[in-house]
Design a protein around this ligand. Structure first.
Ligand code: T1G
Length: 698
C-alpha cells in the first residue's frame, strides 16, 4: 500500500502539510487531490492558526508531472488548488529546498510566505518543455519581482539561486539547516508571534512595464529561441496580464498554456526530456554492479585526450595522462592547465580548486607503468588501427586485472583492438565528442563479448562526467557519425544536381540546426572528409555516387577554418562563400553530364531528413542503437538536431512514416542504390505504426 502523497498533521497551532512523492515530488493528480483534502483539513481545524507546506525527500516540488501531458486533464487542476491555498483566511508558509520548479514554485507563490533552505534553486523552466507556466506563474511572479526579472526567469528557464531569490522578493527569508519541517516550525512560530495574516500575491499591484526593455527582451528572445513559440508566448501572456485584473490574467495564461500543451513543440520537447533519461535505462544491465572507478588513465594529450582528462578532473576523478615523450606530456599538461583556467574565468571553477586539481589530481607521464593502479583507461590517440593496437598491447601488460580499457575511436572496429589483449571482455568504446569537456554526448560502444559490468562501468562513468550516454553497437561510425555520413551524401547529391553548398547550409540552419553540413566540414577540417573517402574507397559499392569536389578543395590546401579557406572564406567578421567553389562543382557536374536544376529549401530539407531518417532506421533495425530514442538523443546531444523537434525519429513519426517512405520511393527513381528504403522504416509504415512504439515496448 503506497503511502498517500500528501499528509496533514499539526504541532501545537501549526499545521504541517507534507508532500512525499518520490523522486522529485512532481504534482501529479494524486498530489493535487491530496492537497485539496489537506487544505480543507487545515481550514476546518480550529486549533491550527498557521500552515507549513513542505516536501519530504531531496527536493521541493520539481513541477507538474510531465508524464500527464497529452492525457485528458483531470481535476482538480493546479491553478484551482493554488487559488484555494491563496484564498485561505489563515496564513501558509511554504518551505523550499532542493529545486522548486515550475508548478512547484507556482504553488509556493500561492502560499502567503516563502522560506528557502541553503542551496535551494527556484525556476519556471516550462518553456524548455514547449509550454508556459500554467498555474499562475506568469501573473504572480512579476508581482513579486517586477516584470523584467520575471520575464528573464521564464524565458531563460534558468534556476535562480537562493540569495538572488531573496533579493528579488520571491523568498521572504533563508533559514539554516536541511530540515524543511523544522525550519517551517521555527519561522511559523515567529509569524504566529507577529500575528501575521495571509498575504496574497494576487492582491499585490501589477508590475510596471518598461517599453524599451521589453523591446530589447523580445528581440533577444526571438534571436535566441528561433523557431520556438513558448518563450514569446510567455512574454505576451505576462505583459498582457499585467494590464488586466488578476483573474483575467489567469484566464489568459490558462488558455495559452492549454494551447501549448497540445502543440507539437511540447510533445517534442517532453519527448527529448524523457528520452535523455530513458536512454540510460538498459534492461540487460539491471542488477549488474559496475566496477569502482576513482583513478583513470588517458592515453594521448591532444585535443580529445586533454578534453577527456579535463572532464574527468572536473568530475573529481584522479587522472594520469600518458603521452609518448616528455615534450608531448608537457604540452598536454599545459593544455589541461589552460582549459581549467578557462573554466575558472567562466566561473565554473575557483582558482583554488584548479590549483588543487593540478597539484593533487592530475599528472602526466610517458611510462605505461604509471597506469598500473588505474581503474579505467581511455585511449585517445591517432585514428590508426596499428597505433591503437600498440597502445592496447601496452595497456594489457601494465594495467591491473579488472581495469576497464576503453578506446575513443570514432569508427575503428573495437573487437579488432580488443583482440590484442588477453582481456577482450574488459574492452569497450567510449566515444566522446570534441570538445570532450563540453559536449554532453558519450557513445558507449559495446563490442561482442564485452563484460556487462564493464559496460555498466562505462555508464556510471558517463553519469559521473555528466554526460548523456548512449549505448551503441559496433559498425563504421556507430550511431551518430554513420547517420551523419548519410546526411552528407544526401547533401552532396543535392549539390551535384544543382543546388550550391550555401543554399543547402541555409536550408539546414533554417530547419533548426546550428550549422549546415558544409560549414560543419569547414569547422572539423576538410582533411577529415578526404581521409574518410580514401579509407572507404577500397570497400565502396560501385553504385554509390561520391562527389569528388572535396578532393579538389583538399588538394588546394583548403581545409576550412584552420586554413582560413574551405567552402567558406574566413577573412572577415563572418564566414563568406568561397567564390571558387561553385566553379569547381560546376566542372564536376559537366564531367558527369549533369544539367543543374534549382532546389527549393523545402526540397533540400525533405531529402536531407529522409536520408537521415532512413539511415537511422537501419541503425535501429540492425541493433546498433537499442531504440529509436537512442538515435534521437544522439542527434540532439552530439549533432545539434533542434531540440524543439524532439529528435529525428520523433520528427519522422510526426511527419508520418508512410509520407517519408513515399518520398524515398520517389527519390529512388534517381538513385535506387542510395535510396533503398530501410527495412524497419518500410515495416513500420506498412503496419501503420511508429518509431515511438519501439521506445517503450514494455
Ligand atoms: N514530472 C515527472 N517526472 C519527472 C519530472 C517531472 N516534472 N522531473 C523529473 N522527473 C523524473 C525524471 O524523468 C527521472 O525519472 C527522475 O524524475 C529524476 O529526474 C503547471 C505544467 C528536477 C532538476 O521542467 O529539471 O510544472 O528517469 O534524472 O538530474 O506550470 O528532473 O528516474 O524514471 O532529471 O536530479 C516543470 C523537470 C514541469 C523540471 C532533477 N518542471 N525536471 O534533476 O534528476 S511543467 C520541470 C528537472 C510544469 C506548471 C507546468 C530535473 C530536476 P527516471 P532527473 P536530476
Amino acid at each position: 500500500m503506497t503511502q498517500a502523497p500528501v499528509t496533514y498533521a499539526r504541532q501545537g497551532e501549526i499545521a504541517l502539510i507534507c508532500i512525499d512523492n518520490p523522486p522529485v515530488n512532481a504534482i501529479g493528480h494524486p498530489v493535487r487531490a491530496g492537497l485539496v483534502v489537506a487544505l480543507d483539513q487545515f481550514a476546518a481545524d480550529p486549533a491550527a492558526r498557521l500552515g507549513v507546506l513542505y516536501c519530504a525527500g531531496r527536493s521541493f516540488i520539481a513541477g507538474a508531472d510531465i508524464r500527464e501531458f497529452g492525457a485528458p486533464p483531470r481535476a482538480p487542476f493546479l491553478p484551482d488548488v493554488i487559488a484555494q491555498l491563496e484564498a485561505l483566511d489563515k496564513p501558509v508558509l511554504a518551505v523550499l529546498h532542493g529545486t522548486a520548479l515550475g508548478g512547484g514554485l507556482e504553488l509556493a507563490l500561492g502560499a502567503h510566505y516563502r522560506l528557502g533552505l541553503p542551496g535551494v534553486k527556484l525556476g519556471l523552466p516550462e518553456t524548455t518543455l514547449g509550454i508556459i507556466p500554467g498555474a499562475g506563474g506568469t501573473q504572480r511572479l512579476p508581482r513579486l519581482t517586477g516584470l523584467h526579472p520575471a520575464l528573464e526567469i521564464m524565458t531563460s528557464a534558468r534556476q535562480v539561486a537562493a540569495d538572488e531569490a531573496l533579493a528579488l522578493g520571491i523568498l521572504d527569508a533563508l533559514a539554516p539547516g536541511t530540515d524543511p519541517r523544522a525550519a517551517g516550525l521555527e519561522m511559523g512560530g515567529r509569524l504566529l508571534a507577529q500575528d501575521a495574516g495571509p498575504r496574497r500575491v494576487s492582491a499585490m499591484p501589477a508590475p510596471e512595464i518598461d517599453p524599451e526593455a521589453l523591446r530589447n527582451l523580445r528581440a533577444s528572445v526571438a534571436a535566441r529561441f528561433k523557431g520556438q513559440i513558448a518563450q514569446m508566448t510567455a512574454i505576451d501572456v505576462t505583459v498582457s496580464g499585467a494590464g488586466l485584473p488578476f483573474a483575467d490574467g489567469i484566464h489568459l495564461e490558462r488558455a495559452a498554456f492549454l494551447r501549448l500543451v497540445d502543440s507539437p513543440q511540447r510533445a517534442a520537447l517532453v519527448h527529448a526530456f524523457l528520452a535523455e533519461r530513458k536512454v540510460a535505462h538498459l534492461p540487460d544491465l539491471q542488477g549488474v554492479s559496475p566496477r569502482a572507478v576513482e583513478q583513470i588513465g588517458v592515453i594521448g594529450g591532444g585535443r580529445m585526450g586533454s578534453g577527456i582528462a579535463v572532464a574527468a578532473l572536473l568530475a573529481g576523478l584522479d587522472v594520469t595522462l600518458l603521452e609518448r615523450d616528455t615534450a608531448s606530456a608537457a604540452a598536454a599538461q599545459a593544455s589541461v592547465a589552460q582549459t581549467l583556467e578557462d573554466s575558472v574565468r567562466r566561473g565554473k571553477l575557483t582558482g583554488d580548486a584548479r590549483a588543487r586539481i593540478l597539484s593533487d589530481q592530475f599528472r602526466t607521464t610517458n611510462d605505461y607503468a604509471a597506469l598500473s593502479d588505474c581503474d579505467l583507461v581511455i585511449e585517445a590517440v591517432f585514428e590508426d588501427m596499428d597505433t591503437k593496437r600498440a597502445v592496447f598491447t601496452q595497456l594489457d601488460q601494465h594495467c591491473k586485472p579488472g581495469a576497464v580499457l576503453a578506446t575513443n575511436t570514432s569508427y575503428l572496429d573495437i573487437a579488432q583492438i580488443a583482440a590484442v589483449t588477453r582481456r577482450p571482455a574488459d574492452v569497450l568504446g567510449l566515444h566522446f565528442f570534441s570538445p570532450a569537456h563540453v559536449m554532453r554526448l558519450l557513445e558507449i560502444v559495446v563490442p561482442e563479448g564485452a563484460a556487462p559490468d564493464a559496460v555498466a562501468t562505462g555508464f556510471v562513468l558517463g553519469k559521473r562526467l555528466r554526460k548523456v550516454s548512449v549505448r551503441a553497437g559496433v559498425c563504421d561510425g556507430f550511431i551518430g557519425n554513420r547517420i551523419l555520413q548519410a546526411c552528407r551524401a544526401a547533401a552532396d547529391h543535392i549539390v551535384l544536381m544543382g543546388a550550391n553548398p550555401y543554399e543547402v547550409d541555409r536550408a539546414i540552419t533554417d530547419f533548426g540546426f546550428p550549422m549546415g553540413p558544409y560549414a560543419v566540414q569547414d569547422l572539423a577540417g576538410l582533411d577529415i572528409g578526404f581521409f574518410t573517402r580514401q579509407r572507404k574507397a577500397a570497400t565502396r559499392d560501385p553504385r554509390e555516387v561520391v562527389a569528388r569536389w572535396g578532393d579538389v578543395l583538399h588538394a588546394r590546401g583548403w581545409l576550412g577554418r584552420k586554413t582560413g579557406q574551405g567552402y567558406y572564406l574566413y577573412d572577415g567578421p563572418k564566414p563568406r562563400p568561397n567564390p571558387e567553389v561553385e566553379a569547381i562543382i560546376a566542372r564536376e557536374r559537366a564531367a558527369r553530364r549533369i544539367s543543374p536544376r534549382d532546389f527549393a529549401p523545402d526540397e533540400i530539407i525533405a531529402r536531407y531528413m529522409a536520408a537521415l531518417v532512413n539511415e537511422a532506421a537501419r541503425v535501429v533495425g540492425e541493433g546498433i542503437a537499442m531504440r529509436p530514442l537512442d538515435v534521437d538523443v544522439t542527434l540532439l546531444h552530439g549533432y545539434g538536431f533542434p531540440r524543439w523537434r524532439g529528435g529525428p525519429l520523433h520528427w519522422a513519426d510526426a511527419q508520418g512514416l508512410p509520407v517519408l517512405l513515399h518520398q524515398i520511393s520517389g527519390f529512388a527513381r534517381e538513385d535506387a542504390y542510395f535510396w533503398q528504403p530501410a527495412p524497419l522504416l518500410a515495416d513500420l509504415a506498412a503496419r501503420g505504426t511508429s518509431f515511438a512504439s519501439l521506445n517503450d515496448p514494455g
